[in-house]
Design a protein around this ligand. Structure first.
Ligand code: ZN
Length: 175
């Protein structure tokens, strides 16, 4: 699906030092990210930077390709405290639930996406320890969305097209 950004939303699609989240149609968002073989200082710095970027953009999740890095690292903060997941993998999934999603790489566009209701995710933490996360609700949704990013998949690929709509989440700030 080709997204045509309405004129009044084009200001959200700026990419520069102040707005470091990559936006569509950047090719990097459509590529598959590589597994991280050995966690190094650069990955810790990347995770720190991504948390800062996510917080500033008021997002609840961010995947490395969204800052131009094709490695399998995501940060998620569905309930405040951010979690860094390296090489995350869904190992089991149950149920299905429809809910609204947006994406910092497609700012202003929202729509309903069907996701697994609960998932188990295996990932390495920042120190390389394998961790199993049992997630449901918002957390499960965010992590599925972010793992999709690592495979070059965007929510617009899975969205119920009839529910797509534009809304400026920052509009209130601008007055
Ligand atoms: Zn996204």
């Amino acid at each position: 699906m080709t997204i045509v950004v309405p004129d009044e939303f084009k200001h959200l699609y700026v990419f520069d030092d102040e707005h470091p989240v990559v936006k569509i149609p950047a090719e990097v968002l459509r590529q598959k990210a590589a597994p991280i073989e050995r966690i190094g200082k650069s990955h810790l710095a990347l995770a720190e930077n991504m948390q800062r970027v996510m917080r500033r953009a008021r997002g609840v999740g961010l995947a490395a390709p969204q800052v131009g890095v094709l490695e399998r690292l995501v940060v998620v903060a569905p309930e405040g405290r951010p979690i860094v997941m390296i090489n995350p993998e869904i190992v089991s999934a149950e149920g299905s639930v429809v809910g609204e999603e947006g994406c910092l790489s497609i700012p202003g566009l929202y729509g309903d996406v069907e996701r697994f209701e609960s998932i188990e995710v295996k990932a390495l933490d920042k120190r390389g320890r394998e961790t199993l996360y049992e997630l449901e609700g918002m957390a499960a949704r965010v992590v599925q969305h972010e793992i999709d990013h690592l495979d070059g998949v965007l929510f617009i690929d899975k969205v119920d097209v009839a529910t797509l709509h534009w809304f400026d989440p920052y509009a209130e700030d601008e007055d």
